[in-house]
Design a protein around this ligand. Structure first.
Ligand code: SAH
Length: 346
């Protein structure tokens, strides 16, 4: 069976070439062509032996685009079909003339967060590295064709379907490919992994993850409320998660962002905001407030803009830089927590 080129970091590709008795500089050339020029290496760049090895053993296929939805605000949602027929969603979020891309890390998700549309799906399987990188390359190709000249993807967030740290190896390798100078060359503060607080992944992060941003879905300070929102809080309590994040050395994390979902009448009171301010005291924290994004059948409600601003005002008093994430792409269910790649039932 052929393996996908897009699953190899450059050091791994070099090692593979060497093990096959092929020139290691060929690996770097191939990498450069595929990622920088987005094309096969031309003419006689690669030796005959390398070319025939690639032909027999490597695939350069990208996930197929099954459906594209474009929102009024230029947000684009892709449904990608993977080789085994399973499907995942990816979202391009416009900002000025550029885009951020929101990637999925799993088909479905095992975390069962009570407010998240993907959580309802359950976990089907992990994505392979090439299926993660392939989402970015597939979206990039579509942009270059459909919106030429305005097609730059400037930031990457793992905030699509799945819990990225529950699929640690593939996500880590995808990040290495994104950051590689010879690959996609993203700066390390342009890549963010969002986690519900999957502690085993944070423990590994400390020694293994390249230095990208961490976003923690904090969502409630009071344990009962957090247990309801994020069931894994019972196994991996917030305080242990926060302590583990603090222990990750500087070179392995750029910025730490604390995400806080605002669900009307549940965790959005001034007292909740005070508790959050206290919890983050002394940390170099950024807070992203995410007003709940509704979907059919959801059990929470979205607070009004004034309510969200009142929550933010408390954090301002605590001196914590805070952004309210006013959502894009809601008309196509492309916002946080609205992704669900199963066809609607009933
Ligand atoms: N599994 C990762 C990525 C999830 S999506 C994580 O848990 O962090 C990115 C963010 O959107 C998370 O903070 C998640 O809690 C939040 N989210 C999920 N569903 C939402 C919804 N319906 N409305 C608003 N935010 C939601």
């Amino acid at each position: 069976m052929k393996t996908s080129f897009y699953s190899y970091s450059l050091p791994e590709l070099r090692a593979l070439f060497e093990a096959q008795g092929l020139s290691a500089t060929g690996a770097a050339k191939l990498y450069h062509w595929r990622y920088k020029h987005r094309a096969p290496a031309s003419g006689n760049e690669l030796s005959k032996a390398t070319q025939s090895y690639l032909q027999e053993n490597m695939s350069f296929e990208l996930p197929e685009i099954d459906r594209v939805q474009e929102a009024g605000d230029r947000t684009v949602k892709f449904l990608f079909r993977l080789a085994d027929g399973k499907k995942v969603e990816t979202v391009l979020i416009p900002s000025n003339r550029k885009y951020g891309i929101c990637l999925s890390s799993q088909v479905g998700c095992a975390m069962k967060c009570s407010f998240c549309h993907t959580g309802l799906q359950g976990l089907s399987r992990n994505l392979e590295t090439h299926e993660i990188v392939g989402q970015l390359l597939g979206a990039q190709r579509w942009l270059s064709e459909q919106r030429p000249g305005k097609d730059r993807i400037a930031t990457v967030v793992f905030m699509g379907q799945g819990e990225p740290l529950h699929n640690f190896d593939s996500v880590r390798r995808a990040c290495e490919i994104f950051l590689s100078q010879h690959g996609l060359s993203f700066a390390s503060d342009k890549v963010t992994i969002s986690t519900a607080g999957y502690l085993p992944g944070l423990v590994r992060w400390k020694a293994e993850m390249p230095g990208v941003n961490i976003a923690l879905s904090l969502h409630a300070v009071e344990m009962k409320k957090r247990d309801e929102l994020i069931p894994i809080n019972a196994r991996f309590p917030l305080d242990e998660v926060l302590a583990q994040i603090d222990q990750i050395p500087r070179n392995r994390k750029r910025f730490v962002i604390y995400e806080y979902l605002l669900a009307k009448g549940f965790n959005d009171s001034v007292e909740d905001a005070e508790a959050l301010g206290e919890k983050l005291k002394g940390k170099k924290a950024f807070v992203n407030l995410i007003p709940f994004n509704p979907y059919p059948g959801a059990k929470y409600e979205r607070p009004t803009e004034e309510e969200a601003r009142a929550f933010k005002a408390v954090l301002d008093e605590h001196g914590i830089p805070t952004l309210i994430r006013f959502t894009k792409g809601t008309d196509i269910l492309a916002a946080c927590g609205q992704l669900n790649s199963k066809p609607p039932t009933g």
